[in-house]
Design a protein around this ligand. Structure first.
Ligand SMILES: [Zn+2]
Ligand SMILES: [Zn+2]
Length: 730
């Protein structure tokens, strides 16, 4: 047997994040303020001159994005009563879980003690049980405290990974005047050198430690006192790396961003981390080799992307012409949107073609596909470089493309410019009318959901209008449907004020948007989170909602919940848990006729630590639900499923981690009538106790019978000659 042996000499990694230093005062001023970093450290490693934050330029979101390599959408913890935690696993959690480390071998030290205070993810299979040690310093504004904690911990526990945040530059930038800001930079600069000397003089760390210096955001080009938008100064940041496997005395001009840090560290430490969205910065490494991936094929589970890059965010649409699938892939070094078609409903597929092409300064991450008759429409959110008076920066945009057959595509159509941050958008089409619902983050601290409307089959779009209410909030993850020509929308939102406390809930609105139709559907407490809503309608006009719900007192045990509205979204039924005893995220739901609803999600089994795609169905428009049925095989990661239904088949696509790298997988799944609705006696009894008013509905939700219960005793309900006993208690 032959083994490929790659020597990984890096064993440890220390990342110093000097919060809020503007690059004008760092690399661009050379050694003016940062003598130690520029003169002493820079020649020992690699620096990047085009390194950017491509997401939110606030502290909590940005540090979380760096350690999880994903564009986390989080508000500063000081504005919320609910703790802001990133969704995707952090590098510290991966280390503890996959290298089987004790907790005190991985540390997050936060000098931003009230703002970035709980960097442990909410992702199933991760979180508290694999949490690194989190150290919050006392004052939250003194770099010496961070240095004292760091060296004490290095001496005591010898952690293999530390992410430490120096708070003082940012604090002084905001409140200390120009001299205070500059003095804080000089202080942090000298402490960085102290950390370097500590690594060099400690036999545990010497020659085996990656040392990184960077920041979470810069400061406005137009004012060193603030930050938080997408101007050049907020986006452009320093990055320096020193250590085994890393080139020396090298300046790299290639554009990279903050999401690329964790995948590169992960590669150097030989750690699998498939949920990281960034790319390995191979150009800074000596002897970089792509790791050999083991490929396991299941006959009926097809790999549609088959690329060496990372392939994410699939979406699927079916019409008479075949199956249409889009996804995002970074094989060429940046994310682009691909399209592939199966004219014979799942047996053969065309070679994926690029429909939104990128380059080193332009990426497309989030495609969604829909259609109507012979119209196929794809929207994609991405960012591209934009030259401003202060220099280069990155701005997110939503673009559209249309086709009749999937072979010939229109030019890119501008839907709208969304600003600082993008996320997955939703699209619905009815005849000439297209509604694109997406996140708008043009104003600082105010990401909201907007509707871009086209009434000419997507050739042009009107300026976007607000969905929900215009208030200080964070919102994303929309889902939209069209009912009788009117668009209905749900999304997740956190309003940070004293009556909403900053808790994530599911919200609803319908056209005309932003008037008086919006509603909050869930009513969470501080330890509850509701994410990823998905909306559907049935032929009777009822609305069906599924979403992921977490109560953190039960670990990262997300559950899929279902609610129904009989009255156009004004009121909603109590949530029904569809996923228990499994854990579920990213649900979607479809009505397929005959009173049947299918809901599928990314399903996680905590006990075997594996994922599959599967779900449940209802034959009575959501009153009762089947047991779980499994669509795909158990794998290390199976995420982001989307599906369509046609002629007794479920066509599912998802992001699959079985190859050690995310690929888009597809399965054609025969959907059988294996489940018979059985009346649950316990549920009927509970209902009657609660209301003392017995009601019977038909499957469409119409009330057909009502009986006021006056006395307790034994009753019989007769349905088609079948007698069901009901016991009415006092
Ligand atoms: Zn910060
Ligand atoms: Zn700015």
């Amino acid at each position: 047997m032959k083994f490929l042996i790659i020597l990984f000499i890096a064993k440890n990694c220390i990342i110093l994040n000097i919060d809020g230093i503007r690059n004008d005062e760092c690399f661009e001023a050379q050694n003016l303020y940062t003598k130690f970093i520029w003169d002493s450290l820079r020649p020992k490693g690699v620096i990047y001159t085009n390194f950017f934050v491509t997401g939110i330029t606030y502290t909590t979101a940005s540090h979380s994005a760096i350690i999880s390599s994903s564009h986390e959408i989080l508000l500063l913890n000081i504005y919320t009563s609910q703790i802001q935690r990133g969704f995707y696993p952090t590098i510290g959690e991966y280390l503890i879980k996959y290298k089987n480390l004790p907790q005190n071998k991985v540390y997050y030290i936060s000098g931003k003690n009230t703002i970035w205070k709980y960097p442990t993810s909410l992702f199933p299979g991760f979180g508290d049980i694999y949490s690194p040690k989190i150290v919050l310093t006392n004052s939250g504004q003194n770099d010496i405290e961070v240095w004292d904690s760091l060296r004490t911990i290095m001496d005591r526990d010898h952690p293999v990974f530390v992410y430490a945040v120096f708070p003082e530059i940012d604090e002084m930038g905001h409140h200390g005047g120009w001299n205070g800001y500059i003095n804080a930079i000089k202080k942090a600069d000298s402490l960085c050198f102290e950390v370097y000397k500590k690594i060099k003089n400690d036999p545990f760390y010497k020659d085996s430690t990656i040392f990184i210096i960077t920041t979470d955001h810069g400061r406005h080009s137009y004012s060193y006192q603030g930050h938080g938008d997408f101007c050049h100064g907020c986006r452009h940041i320093p990055f320096l790396a020193i250590g085994p496997g890393i080139k020396v005395d090298t300046v790299i001009e290639l554009r990279r961003d903050y999401l690329d840090i964790a995948p590169t560290v992960s590669y150097l430490l030989n750690l699998p981390s498939p949920t990281f969205y960034g790319e390995i910065m191979s150009e800074m490494l000596i002897n970089f080799k792509f790791k050999e991936n083991m490929k396991i094929f299941y006959q009926d589970e097809m790999n549609l992307s088959n690329s060496i890059g990372k392939t994410i965010y699939p979406d699927i649409f079916i019409n008479e012409d075949g199956i249409h699938v889009v996804f995002s892939d970074n094989t060429r070094g940046f994310y682009e949107v691909y399209y592939t078609k199966s004219p014979d409903f799942g047996n053969t597929w065309t070679n994926p073609i690029i429909i939104f092409s990128g380059n080193l300064d332009k990426e497309y991450l989030y495609p969604s596909i829909s259609g109507y008759d012979s119209l196929i429409y794809v929207i994609a959110k991405g960012f591209k470089d934009t030259i401003t008076q202060y220099g280069k920066t990155y701005v997110w945009e939503l673009k559209g493309k249309k086709s009749k057959d999937g072979e010939n595509w229109s030019n890119e159509i501008n839907v709208f410019t969304s600003g600082e941050m993008g996320h997955r958008s939703a699209i619905s089409i009815k005849e000439n009318k297209i509604n694109c619902i997406s996140m708008d983050y043009y104003q600082q601290f105010h990401p909201r959901i907007v509707n871009s409307l086209s009434i000419d089959t997507g050739n042009t779009f009107l300026p976007p209008n607000l969905v929900g209410m215009d208030i200080y909030k964070y919102s994303y993850s929309p889902s939209v449907i069209n009912k009788n020509g009117i668009a209905y929308c749900v999304w997740q939102e956190m309003i940070a004020n004293n009556w909403e406390h900053g808790r994530w809930n599911i919200w609803f609105d319908k056209e005309p948007f932003g008037q008086n139709n919006y509603r909050k559907i869930t009513n969470n407490l501080d330890d509850e989170y509701s994410y990823f809503p998905f909306l559907e309608k049935d032929e009777y006009g009822n609305l069906h909602l599924v979403y992921s719900h977490l109560n953190t007192s039960q670990g990262n045990s997300w559950q899929i919940f279902y609610r129904k509205s009989y009255d156009d979204g004004n009121t909603w039924t109590e949530g029904i848990n569809l996923s228990y005893p499994f854990i579920g995220i990213y649900p979607s739901i479809k009505y397929i006729g005959n009173n049947t609803l299918i809901c599928i999600w990314a399903n996680y089994d905590f006990y075997q630590d594996k994922w599959c795609i599967g779900g449940v169905f209802s034959y009575d428009t959501g009153r009762t639900w089947s047991p779980f049925f499994q669509i795909s095989s158990w794998q290390d990661f199976s995420l982001f499923p989307r599906f369509s239904y046609k002629d007794n088949y479920i066509y599912a696509v998802w992001e699959d981690g079985r190859d050690g790298n995310f690929e888009i997988y597809f399965k054609k799944f025969y959907f059988t009538n294996v489940y018979e609705v059985s009346y649950n006696f316990k549920n009927i009894l509970k209902e009657s106790l609660k209301n003392k008013d017995f009601k019977i509905y038909d499957v469409s939700g119409r009330k057909i019978y009502s009986y006021k219960i006056k006395t307790s005793g034994k009753y019989f309900l007769e349905i088609k000659g079948k007698r069901i006993p009901i016991l009415i208690l006092k």
